[in-house]
Design a protein around this ligand. Structure first.
Ligand code: GLP
Length: 242
């Protein structure tokens, strides 16, 4: 795992943008995308860049169950607002939160990822170390599945809703096994609320109790952190300082 310490979020976003640019310039066809507040600055840089995604495919990590794609809280809506409206892809895939048959939806989305192997997967991280919506306890070899969100995640995501009660209790997510198949992985984390999760992901034991620790198994992972998110790391865990 290559850990890059940026002096601040803006510098981290620039470094993440360069990773994306390089991968796209080298002919990547499929980008794996993530939602959350962490990648917002990166998406702004991508929107404002000359990069062209019109011949590429995007595949998103996850979506809430029971939410309409046009609902402003849906991950579909987030992606349109932050990237797709400005920079359309040839095709953008997300799980369908309104799918009538959840088992069929899980199978469909798993096939989407098989048919569109991800060249670069972008990840954020939850305070409990989740990636996508793979909550603690998720198996490292898991595929797409429907998941019950933990209290900690519902609490953390409540800021996007008018009340905690409105946060969906379930989601569809790519599994950790799916994520690990990506050719390259870029994980971004900013702020002190992520410091514990980052420490456990980078230095802690490989354990399903911390979903992101699975990334220790991959040799193609770049992590970009700001000083607050890196605060609990040993200096020797940092590969590069910007
Ligand atoms: C949600 C998403 C994750 C994201 C996490 C952190 O749970 N499913 O993909 O990484 O939130 O979000 P934020 O970047 O807003 O801290």
């Amino acid at each position: 795992m290559k850990v890059i310490l940026a002096p601040n979020q803006a510098a981290g976003d620039q470094a993440a943008f360069q990773v994306f640019k390089q991968v796209v310039d080298h002919g990547a066809h499929v980008l794996g995308l993530a939602t959350g507040s962490t990648p917002e600055g990166l998406y702004r840089l991508l929107r404002e860049s000359p990069l062209d995604f019109s011949q590429m495919i995007s595949v998103n990590l996850d979506e809430y169950v029971g939410i309409d794609p046009d609902n402003p809280q849906s991950y579909h809506y987030f992606m349109k607002q932050h990237l797709f409206n400005a920079k359309p892809f040839a095709h953008s895939y997300l799980p369908d939160g309104l799918a009538a048959d959840p088992d069929a939806e899980v199978k469909r989305y798993d096939q989407v990822v098989v048919d569109n192997p991800v060249d670069l997967q972008l990840l954020g991280i939850g305070r409990d170390g989740h990636i996508g919506f793979n909550e603690p306890g998720s198996p490292f070899d898991g595929g797409t599945h429907r998941v019950k969100l933990t209290d900690s995640t519902i609490e953390a995501n409540a800021r996007f809703f008018s009340s905690k009660d409105e946060v969906p209790r379930e989601a569809y997510t790519m599994g950790i096994g799916t994520i690990l198949k990506s050719r390259e992985i870029l994980l971004m984390a900013y702020g002190d609320k992520k410091a514990d999760a980052i420490q456990k992901m980078v230095e802690g034991p490989l354990t399903t109790a911390v979903a992101a620790s699975a990334l220790q198994k991959a040799d193609n992972v770049v992590v970009i952190v700001d000083p607050a998110a890196a605060a609990k790391l040993r200096p020797t865990s940092i590969s590069e300082r910007l």
